[in-house]
Design a protein around this ligand. Sequence first.
Ligand code: G4P
Length: 532
Amino acid sequence: MSLSLSEQASRRRTFAIISHPDAGKTTLTENLLLAGGAIRAAGEVAARGERRRTTSDWMKIERDRGISVSASVMTFEYQGNVYNLLDTPGHEDFSEDTYRTLTAADCAIMVLDAAKGIEPQTLKLFEVCRMRDIPIVTFINKMDREALDPLELLDQIQDQLQLDTAPLYWPAASGQRFGGMVDLRTGAFLHYSKRTAEEGVDPGMSPRVALDDVRAEVDPSALEELEEGSEMAREMLPKIDKQAFLEGHMTPVVFGTALRHFGVGELLATLEEFAPPPRAQSVHIKGDPATLDRDRKAVSGFVFKIQANMDPNHRDRVAFLRICSGEFKRGMRLKTVAGKQVNVHNPLMFLAQDREIAETAYAGDVIGVPNHGQLRVGDSLSESGEVKFAGIPNFAPEILRRARPKDPMKAKHLRKALESLAEEGVTQLFKPSIGSDMIVGAVGALQIEVMAERMVSEYNLDVVFEPAPYNVARWINGDEDEVAAFVEKNKSASGTDLDDAPVYLAKNAWDVGYAQEKNPDLRFTATKERMI
Ligand code: G4P
């Protein structure tokens, strides 16, 4: 099969799953891979050696660490489309990692626990999607357990997320009485069987039957609820409008139970019908604003994630590059805007289904680029070195800590390690103008824990994290001379970040307000878009 560049790019669907911990993201991921045939494919790929080995070693490291600190990518083919599933880290805290991963996705699946509805983390992640205008498909999971009323769930989405809901299916009760769901558009019934995959249930599409043929097998009260609910849904709830979905105003809703393989094939079919191909990106080419289409010939992309120390024996790093245009070929040379050249001899592909995909990649795909620290999060890479994507912002940390090695002889070693983790984006690192303190910043407490754990396991460093003399960090923007004058005047409350950008290190938010009032020409910002 030989497809044109444009055909290859348009059949890519790059998406992420967002959910509150325990809603079933992992179970759903596995079942999507099963339904998409990727897990079977992974078994086949195992025999092919090297490429597969790299992937599984990395997964083992993640498992050994016991915490998934990275965003991995899983690729599978289904009905002619290529799906790239970006795994967002399951931290309880809002993390920059998650945000960055979502910058590389064109669409998201929001998984809700049917008994719990919208939970705090769902809300936070949803807000990130909204910032990026990412369209969302909703999967209401765990219908095999007692669930909230479907209308109540849809109301929560409507009220708390201001998102119109268009259910594509309507469930017949839940828990013990769960009987299946009706396809609201065709009227076909999908009968729920309690059997598992081991007992022969196909995790793909459930067979569609006429409700009358299975009436006797469904709980009568569940049937009643189904008939009442689905009639109401058809009459009162909006029909799916693809444009409204693509603009992020409306979400199609699918019900199911990932654990029992029900509704997963239908979710995949919903992605097939609605998920958009790789979006056009706003870029600068040779400094001028431009729109970059997915079928532009020259290869370009941006790094949204760095994973260091994938192999503890080699201090290597992998940069995750989201391709945005062109046909990438193994061995290609790409350049950053600053002119750094990267030869991509051994791009990593993740659970790719066949060799052809490992050798080439198109818009929407993600490849892992091994490097020794040349690449940073937010870097743009292109054949000409002239394409610059909008930067991926850093967020002002909510927690600041002073890092100190237990063994004072190891200060230099610690600085190197902190710089490395900051480059990876695990935490931020600030250097005050006075003294030699190392101030570490994190958006959430778990980031500090992850860092402390990695300090021990990867760098063999015992580190103490103490309260810092500052509680708020803000980037200082404005005329260079004015910024320098401010820094000079406030030496004890200023410093620089990893990129040497000036930062105001304040005791509290009141100080920031005061500094802003006294320096109206400067801007003290809570986000920084890294300029390359
Ligand atoms: P997460 O990645 O979002 O954190 O959730 P995960 O898939 O790990 O699922 C959390 C728990 O919910 C797991 O149970 C999982 O088996 C269960 N689960 C997921 N989907 C369904 C579903 O459709 N129905 C039911 N009844 N349960 C579901 P656990 O007891 O915490 O873990 P395990 O011991 O089963 O692995």
